[in-house]
Design a protein around this ligand. Structure first.
Ligand code: X8Z
Ligand code: ZN
Length: 604
């Protein structure tokens, strides 16, 4: 299969016409293309090896057996050695120096080559090796961990289930506390990783690893942090109402005094990033409907949504090779408990790693992962060379599936699928409240706590004896959440969030993805479906598929700002998201009348 790409790439070059534009190919272009082609061929080979080795290391973790970890390390080392090789850097720089003479597609590929090089410079080869070892050891530590509750082996799904459903505060506290124990075992590894990650990118001139990651957007750290602040500023009046409402509601539920800040163990999520599980919307109780289904149905149902709007059925290998369901909580073999999607060979081997159970959260997550998978499949096409088989930016990759997941929870969709009675009366305000407790609340975790913590770690080189204090300072400031009791520096509560370990300095991607997804959803509802954005039914609407394919087909071969402008006519902005939730503000103000607000009137 891979062969056909190279053949096609070459045909384009000889004819001098890609995408129909007749052009003569200059000497510089021919030489640059030769370099890009030979680099790409090797890159895809190494990338495939890394994927296979990492896949094993993430789905088969056995205590005392480091076979998979070592194999993953070796594959990573081979990739690092190649991408960071001095001659590759030299060549890429040489061609970049004549970028005016090259095609846009070539320049973009050369930029990718240099970006990959910056994380693995040959000049600091030992450091790169140490980082790779530390990364793979951290994965094993993180996902090989056996969670314990009351002397029993439990899974993260078990703990999440308790936090979503349990009304007994003592039991909630026990589950929350159990979920944070792992942090103690991750701290030393994370301290090393912070240092190695910073030091490796510094060798090629980046000030720190966070700035390196942010630079993929063509932005500086300052610009990104300002974007995060602006986003929170805009949503703050609503968040302040939600925070007040949640304090009073949960105090009622747990029969306790109303606290000034939300105790972390009161919330239905380990990090307080999503408070929606507490709300039952009459006539739209998805959790109880989904509880009657099985895990496989959840994923198949997701696929049906995508095929109904014009995407192809998933390849047979997706079903054969994915790891979609959890292992038993006491299994000696463990797997990564977080959801992910993999483009194994930058071609058609696509897989997902999940631990799906039949509930609303996994329903949403399954749709999210399929968004990644269909993004992979769509930009795997002859017009997009392997090095550019990426999202328009990383946030785009996160946005598509999240949008489908959110759309699939709206009443007309759920009713259309026969899951609820279409005639049942639904409280629309409650439905919107539930959505806000998911997405608006999430912004203050992603833009606030997570992004600022990682900035402190990487940019400000925060001393590890202040990490936990910092984490809770930020959680209080941005989310209005406090720990159940003092959490000293022996804990490392930030590291219980998987991304801090294995998807580092990138969590602002998710905040941006929500902004983008509301822009896209708004456009779809108004201009394609002609439906109210609060009450859409995407099912069977091939116009949506066409729209999404236009966005996803070019991968990273087009500038992301241009993609957004062309698809929605707009720049990146939170207007659509604000507009969507606006009806809630006055309702919440009414509910909160006479209540004490503890978050300041203005965000500080
Ligand atoms: O990590 C994820 C995806 C990874 S592909 C499942 N998400 C964030 C999280 O779980 O923290 C999706 C939204 C937020
Ligand atoms: Zn994702």
């Amino acid at each position: 299969m891979k062969q056909s790409f190279w053949a096609l790439g070459l045909a384009c070059l000889l004819l001098g016409s890609c995408g129909g534009n007749e052009q003569t190919v200059s000497k510089e272009q021919t030489e640059a293309q030769q370099f890009i082609d030979s680099y790409s061929q090797k890159y895809v080979q190494l990338y495939t090896n890394v994927s296979e080795a990492q896949w094993r290391a993430n789905i088969e973790i056995v205590e005392g057996d480091s076979t998979n970890t070592v194999a993953a390390r070796k594959a990573d080392e081979a990739m690092a050695e190649f991408t960071g090789a001095a001659d590759n850097i030299e060549n890429a720089r040489k061609f970049m120096a004549m970028k005016d003479k090259l095609t846009e597609l070539q320049v973009r590929q050369l930029e990718q080559i240099l970006y990959a090089a910056a994380n693995n410079p040959q000049t600091v080869a030992d450091l790169v090796k140490q980082r790779i070892k530390a990364e793979n050891d951290q994965t094993k530590q993180l996902y090989g961990y056996q969670y314990m509750l009351g002397g029993k082996k439990v899974s993260t799904n078990d703990l999440d289930g308790i936090l979503k459903k349990e009304n007994n505060e003592g039991k909630r506290l026990a589950a929350w506390t159990a979920s944070k124990e792992i942090g103690k075992t991750l701290k030393d590894g994370l301290v090393n990783l912070r240092n190695y990650r910073n030091q490796t990118v510094q060798a090629l001139g980046y000030p720190d690893f966070f700035t390196y990651q942010v630079s993929e957007y063509g932005m500086s750290t300052e610009e990104m942090m300002q974007t995060m602040d602006r986003l929170m500023q805009e949503l703050y009046p609503l968040y302040r109402e939600l925070h007040t409402w949640e304090r009073y509601e949960l105090a009622k539920k747990y029969n306790a005094a109303v606290p000034d800040y939300l105790p972390a163990h009161w919330l239905p999520n380990r990090w307080g990033q999503d408070w929606s599980a507490g709300i039952e919307v009459k006539g739209l109780n998805l959790d109880s409907v989904l509880a009657t289904k099985n895990a496989e149905w959840i994923v198949k149902e997701g696929e049906k949504l995508y095929t109904s709007i014009g995407f192809p059925a998933l390849p047979a290998t997706f079903w054969q090779k994915s790891s979609l369901y959890p292992y038993p909580a006491d299994s000696a073999v463990k797997k990564n408990n977080h959801a992910s999607a993999w483009h194994m060979d930058l071609n058609n081997d696509v897989r997902s790693l999940m631990s799906v159970e039949p509930n609303a959260e996994w329903f949403e997550t399954a749709n999210h992962e399929l968004g990644h998978i269909y993004y992979y499949l769509t930009y795997t096409n002859p017009d997009v060379p392997p090095l550019l088989r990426k999202g328009a930016n990383r946030a785009y990759h996160e946005a598509i599936g999240s949008m489908m997941g959110l759309a699939a929870m709206q009443k007309p969709y759920v009713a259309g699928r026969g899951l609820i009675n279409a005639d049942a009366k639904t409280d629309e305000t409650q439905a919107l409240l539930k959505e806000a407790l998911n997405t608006v609340v999430f912004i203050f975790f992603s833009s606030g706590t997570m992004s600022n913590f990682e900035k402190a770690m990487y940019v400000d080189s925060l001393s590890p004896d202040q990490w936990n204090a910092k984490w809770w300072e930020l959680a209080k400031k941005y989310q209005g959440i406090v720990p159940p009791s003092a959490r000293g520096e022996e804990f490392c509560d930030a590291s219980t969030k998987t991304h801090i370990n294995d998807d580092p300095a990138q969590y602002y991607d998710y905040a941006l993805s929500y902004v983008i997804l509301y822009q896209l959803h708004n456009h779809i509802a108004k201009n394609i479906l002609h439906q109210d954005p609060h009450a859409t039914n995407y099912f069977g609407q091939t116009g949506i598929g066409d729209f999404l394919k236009k966005i996803t087909y070019p991968g990273a071969s087009k500038d992301w700002r241009q993609v957004l402008k062309e698809s929605t006519g707009e720049e990146l902005n939170a207007k659509a998201m604000l507009e969507y939730f606006q009806p809630l503000v006055s309702w919440l103000q009414e509910q909160n009348k006479g209540r004490k607000y503890t978050l300041p009137e203005q965000m500080q």
